[in-house]
Design a protein around this ligand. Structure first.
Ligand SMILES: C[S@@+](CC[C@H](N)C(=O)[O-])C[C@H]1O[C@@H](n2cnc3c(N)ncnc32)[C@H](O)[C@@H]1O
Length: 259
C-alpha cells in the first residue's frame, strides 16, 4: 500500500514538513535560484528570467500567476519586473503558504493569493496585464476552458507565458496521459490567442533529470518530500525522452471578436 499524497493539499502539507524539498531540491535544480523561491516546479533561474522578459507587464503592471503553488516563481517575477501580483491556486494549503511567504520577497500588500481553478479563477475580466502559469496547465481537466479563462483574465494586448511538457509524438501511449494529447499551440490558438510561440528548452530537462537521479541516489529516507520525489523519479525518468519541455508565449489580441 502506498502512503504517497493524493491531492495537492496533501502534497503541500508534505512539502511544509520536508527539509529536502525546501533546502536540497532548489540548488539541485539550479544553484543560482534565490533561496526564497522554493519552487515546486522544474524551471531553472534562466527560465524565470525568460518568463520575466516575456510577460512585460510594465512597472506597476498587474501580473497574475495561475496555479501559483506556494508562490515563489510568481513573486520572483513580480519583484523583478516591479508588478503587483495576484496568485491563484486550487490548493488552499498552497495559497495560505504563499500568503505567509510574501515578506521573504519584500512584497507585502502588493501581492495577494486566492483559491481558484485554472478553468475558473474567479478573477475579473481583463484585470491582468500579464499571466504566467508554471508547470501546471497539464493538470486541468478542461484545457479548452482553461485556455479561454487565461485569455479572459488578460486585458487586450496582454501577454501569457506558460511552461509545460508535450509528448514528442502526439497520442504516444507510453507518455503520461496528461501530456500525451496536450498541444499548447493548438489549444491557445483555439482560445483566440495570437503570436503563439512554443519553444523547446532541453537544458531545463537535463536539470530535471539531474534532480531525479540525485533523489534516487540519496536512498531510503524519512523525509516525506524526498520520498515523493523518488516516487516521481521512478515513473518519470523512463518517459523523459518521449516528452519535450516547452516555454510557451502568446498574446491576447487587441482586436476582439466580442467573445
Ligand atoms: C507543479 S505545481 C507548480 C506550482 C507553482 N507554479 C510553482 O512553480 O512552484 C502545480 C500546481 O498546480 C496547481 N493546480 C493543479 N490543478 C489545478 C487546477 N485545476 N486549478 C488550479 N490550480 C491547480 C496545484 O495545486 C499546484 O500548486
Amino acid at each position: 500500500m502506498s502512503d504517497l499524497p493524493e491531492t495537492f493539499d496533501e502534497v503541500f502539507l508534505v512539502s511544509e514538513r520536508s527539509e529536502w524539498l525546501r533546502r536540497a531540491f532548489p540548488p539541485l535544480l539550479d544553484a543560482d535560484l534565490p533561496p526564497e523561491v522554493e519552487p515546486f516546479s522544474f524551471v531553472p533561474m534562466s527560465g524565470l528570467e525568460e518568463i520575466a522578459s516575456a510577460v512585460r507587464p510594465g512597472p506597476g503592471g498587474r501580473l497574475v500567476d495561475v496555479a501559483c503553488g506556494r508562490g515563489g516563481p510568481g513573486m520572483w517575477v513580480a519583484r523583478r519586473v516591479g508588478a503587483t501580483l495576484c496568485g491563484v491556486d486550487g490548493s488552499p494549503v498552497a495559497v495560505a503558504s504563499a500568503s505567509r511567504r510574501r515578506d521573504a520577497f519584500g512584497l507585502g500588500s502588493t501581492a495577494r493569493f486566492v483559491v481558484g481553478d485554472l478553468a475558473d479563477t474567479g478573477l475579473d475580466k481583463g484585470m491582468a496585464d500579464a499571466v504566467m502559469c508554471v508547470d501546471a496547465f497539464q493538470f486541468t481537466e478542461d484545457r479548452d476552458r482553461a485556455a479561454r479563462e487565461l485569455r479572459r483574465v488578460l486585458r487586450p494586448g496582454g501577454r501569457l507565458v506558460l511552461t509545460c511538457w508535450e509528448a514528442r509524438t502526439p497520442g504516444d501511449v507510453d507518455v503520461a496521459e496528461r501530456f500525451a494529447t496536450l498541444r499548447c499551440d493548438q489549444v491557445l490558438r483555439d482560445a483566440g490567442f495570437t503570436d503563439v510561440d512554443v519553444a523547446e528548452r532541453p537544458a531545463w530537462e537535463q536539470r530535471r533529470q539531474a534532480v531525479y537521479e540525485a533523489a534516487l541516489d540519496a536512498g531510503p529516507s524519512d523525509d516525506p518530500g524526498l520520498t515523493l520525489m523518488q516516487a516521481e523519479a521512478r515513473t518519470a525518468l523512463a518517459g523523459m525522452p518521449s516528452v519535450r519541455r516547452v516555454l510557451v508565449t502568446a498574446t491576447n489580441p487587441t482586436r476582439t471578436d466580442g467573445s
